[in-house]
Design a protein around this ligand. Structure first.
Ligand SMILES: [Zn+2]
Length: 113
């Protein structure tokens, strides 16, 4: 899947789940290892771990994108956007985002002590 396809899908999912547009870039970032995605507070763009799609499926990718979009929309609305905030927990449950990204082939590799 290309970044353009990801951007298009995320824009559709954002409108359908939140009723609000995604106006910033969402891109695949292979350097993400332990996380499914990351929302950047400074410039509002979102990174997504490509393994969330490549090692799983579209449904898993969507749950991870919805999780990041919860951070995104709450932060832009100046509401509680952190994992510990009630706003975040409520919105994540409402839109069906994932709480935790599944382990990938990269995260499953045990580190030598
Ligand atoms: Zn998060």
């Amino acid at each position: 899947m290309t970044n353009e396809e990801l951007q298009h899908l995320a824009q559709q999912w954002s409108l359908a789940a939140f009723g609000k547009p995604l106006k910033h870039p969402i891109i695949f970032n292979r350097r993400l290892r332990t996380t499914g995605g990351r929302y950047h507070l400074q410039d509002h763009h979102i990174d997504i771990n490509p393994l969330m799609y490549e090692e799983f499926d579209m449904a898993n990718l969507k749950r991870v994108v919805l999780h990041e979009l919860c951070h995104y929309h709450l932060h832009l609305a100046r509401r509680g956007y952190r994992h510990c905030d009630a706003d975040f927990k409520r919105l994540l449950a409402a839109v069906g985002g994932s709480r935790y990204a599944p382990a990938t082939s990269r995260t499953r590799v045990a580190k030598p002590q």
